[in-house]
Structures are given as C-alpha cells and as structure tokens.
Write a protein that binds this ligand. Structure first.
Ligand SMILES: Nc1nc2c(ncn2[C@@H]2O[C@H](COP(=O)(O)OP(=O)(O)OP(=O)(O)O)[C@@H](O)[C@H]2O)c(=O)[nH]1
Ligand SMILES: [Mg+2]
Length: 384
C-alpha cells in the first residue's frame, strides 16, 4: 500500500491479451420500458448494421412489467455483447441513458430508442465521423435536408416544433434537431457535461448541449423517423411538464432546486383547493370554522400529495400500498409544517406587528420544511 494515500500510477500491460478479450469500442444505450416485443427485431437490426465489430448494447430497463429485462438477459446468455441494467422504483428516459453510459467503458457511446423509430443503419457512419474527428457528437436529425418526421400527425409535429423553439435558450441555433433521441458521441463529451446534467425527462441531447462547459462540435446526419415497430408510446401530457422542468432547471437550477419550484407550484394550487373546499363548508353548510379549516387542509394536503407524486416526483412515483404509506407520511409531515407556519407567523406578527410579513414568513418556513422532509421521508430521495 502506498504510504501517502495516493494510488500508484500503474498501467497494466494489455498487449498480450487475445483480441476477443478486448472491451467494446462502441456502446449502444437503449432505454426501455415495456419494449419486450421490439428487442429481438432491434438486436437483429443492430447486428446487421454493426456486424462483428467491437460493440455492445446496454438495455436500461425500468422494471418493465412485460418482461423486457428478462428477455434481454436470456438473449445475453447467447451473445455477450448484450447487457442489461435494471432499475427499480425509478423512471425516466434521460436518467436511464446516463446510467447506461456509466455502466460502459466504451470510448464511443450511442443512444437509440428500442421501438425502431431511429435509423440504426446510420450508426457506422456516425462512428466514422467521430473517428475522423469531424465532430465530437453526431446527431440523427429529422430537420436537416434529407431528414423527415415520417407520418406524425399535425398536432405532434406542432408540439415538436414548439419544443425545438423553446430549446433555443439552451442549445446553439445551428443545431436543427435538439429534440432528437438518436445520437452518438465521444465519451469525453459526456464526461465534461456529466456534473451539470439535469437528467430530467426525455430530452437528454438538449441537456447534454446545455450542460457542456464549452460549445460542442456537432454534426447532423439526416434520417427518416419511422413509425413505432410494436408496443405503446410512453409519451404523455406529463412529458411536456418534464420538458418545462428541464428548461427551468437549466435556467434557474443553480439558484433554487427545480423540484422546490415544482413543489411550490403544486402548493399554490393546493391553496386554491383549500378555499374551494372551505368556502362552501362555511357559506352553505355553516360548518364551524375550525372543523371546516381542518377538513379543507386535509383535502389540500391529499391533493398536493397526489400531484407531487405524479409531477414533482414522477421519476420516483409511488403506487399501490406505497402510495398509501407515502400519503400518510406526507399528511403527517405537512401537519408539522402547518404548526411551524403558524408559530413563525405569530412570532413575526408579535415582534414586528406586520401581518403580511408574518404570513409570508410562515409560508416560507412551512413550505421549506414540507419540501425537505417529504422529499426524504415520502419519496426517499436524499439527492436531487
Ligand atoms: N428506462 C426507461 N426507458 C423509457 C422510459 N420512458 C420511455 N422509455 C424508452 O425510451 C424510448 C422512447 O420512448 P417512446 O415512448 O418511444 O417515445 P417517443 O419515441 O418520443 O414517442 P413515440 O413516437 O410515440 O414512440 C423507448 O425505447 C422507451 O421504451 C422510462 O421511464 N425509463
Ligand atoms: Mg418511440
């Protein structure tokens, strides 16, 4: 053992090892959720595109109930280029890609969807462009000449265009398809961006560009977006919320955690629910104030819990009995937060005689408590 605590600088001599022991040069990362029906077709497509070269494919599966990971592992017993990373109690395309990349040592990394919408025949060309140092990241693009969005309906095409326009605050103007989920990069691109990545939602490419400490040298290759091969789309209305959170995180995340912003937005909606319950109880049913207030607070807390579970903590969403347990912990924590709110508010009011300041102080302290405690105890997150 070295005395000074530093690791000795040693390099293993690998020159005598047989060729077939070499690690992969290219890792293809495939995030999956319920894509069992597409795995075999995708693997055939990758094999015919990449041939016998030194590549590997890493499926990052978020415990799909349809048995995607089980199938991948079964196929991996016949072909060691196939690997599977399985995550539990977690969801998210971007974070799955990050973990897939971290699980590989390959110097080149590609990301591709499992549903065969991306044109895997471009992969060799992407690799060549990187090796020739034409760029450090090569993007499969639907918006350069020769590229096409395929058979999207007008609504989806419009949503995509709006997404591209909004992304302009993050990515260079010359990048035509920042919403692409199909790209290949030199590992160093990822390494440089890693510390600043938000890894929220679906748009890992825009995240990479926005997180790079200096502008990335990129190249776009056109391709036609194909229809989904089999299975169902995972896009839903919450995808837009995730995208808004990604943009917000990139813009203000260094000042205030974006989850706290989301938590506060949900909290503000909870105030509306509180009054929507309180008003008819008092005005119509003539319920005594304390009872009405308690019932309204209970409804607002339940509403806040449900919404935070679906939006703020979508990636760690609780279901079944864990939902029930989470809800109880949330109500408990927020009740304590409510007591703190009133205590702080009355302290400020008594000290300074300013009721608006008192109310605001109470709200700030109460919501910070609620956020910090529920983040840890309800959704079990100590990090972001
Ligand atoms: N690991 C993981 N993968 C996901 C998650 N959500 C989506 N994916 C995968 O990410 C890829 C893209 O998802 P899609 O549902 O095809 O999204 P899309 O291509 O933008 O939408 P469609 O055109 O409707 O298919 C697919 O391989 C999905 O299985 C997730 O939460 N976790
Ligand atoms: Mg798809």
């Amino acid at each position: 053992m070295p005395q000074n605590g530093h690791q000795p600088q040693h390099r293993a001599d690998l020159s005598n090892l047989p060729e077939d022991r070499r690690g992969a040069e290219l890792a293809v990362i495939v995030p999956t959720f319920n894509e069992q029906q597409n795995i075999v077709t995708l693997l055939d497509a990758l094999r015919s595109s990449l041939g016998d070269g030194p590549w590997e494919v890493i499926f990052v599966d978020d415990a799909s109930p349809d048995g995607t990971a089980e199938l991948v592992r079964e196929l991996a017993t016949a072909d060691r280029r196939i690997r599977c990373v399985q995550r539990f109690g977690r969801r998210g395309l971007s974070s799955a890609c990050v973990e897939g990349i971290l699980a590989s040592s390959a110097p080149y990394v590609a990301v591709i969807d499992a549903d065969l919408q991306h044109d895997e025949t471009l992969l060799p060309q992407m690799l060549e462009a990187l090796k020739a140092d034409e760029a450090e990241i090569v993007i499969g693009s639907r918006y350069v000449s020769g590229g096409d969005i395929g058979d999207w309906d007008a609504g989806r095409a419009r949503m995509s265009r709006i997404g591209v326009r909004l992304s302009r605050v993050l990515v260079p103007a010359g990048l035509k398809d920042p919403m692409s989920g199909f790209f290949m990069m030199h590992r160093s691109v990822f390494d440089r961006s890693r510390a600043r990545l938000s890894a929220i939602g679906f748009k890992i490419l825009a995240d990479l560009f926005a997180s790079a400490p200096e502008p990335l040298r990129f190249k776009e290759l056109p391709y036609r977006f194909r229809p989904r091969n089999a299975g169902e789309s995972k896009l839903d209305s919450v995808t837009a919320w995730d995208y808004a959170m990604l943009l917000l995180d990139k813009l203000v995340g260094h000042v205030v955690p974006v989850r706290f912003v989301a938590f506060s937005i949900v909290g503000a909606m909870g105030v509306a629910v509180h009054f929507a319950v309180l008003t008819p109880l008092i005005r119509i049913l003539h319920t005594p104030f304390m009872e009405a207030q308690a019932l309204a607070a209970f409804c607002a807390m339940t509403f806040n819990f449900a919404l935070n579970n679906s939006l703020t903590y979508r990636d760690a969403r609780l279901r079944g009995w864990r939902w029930l347990r989470g809800w109880m912990l949330f109500v408990l924590a927020c009740s304590v937060g409510g007591v703190m709110n009133v205590a702080v508010a009355s302290f400020i009011f008594k000290s300074y005689g300013a009721w608006v300041l008192g109310a605001l102080g109470g709200i700030v302290v109460g919501s910070m408590w609620n956020y910090a405690v529920t983040k840890f105890f309800t959704w079990g997150r100590s990090g972001t």
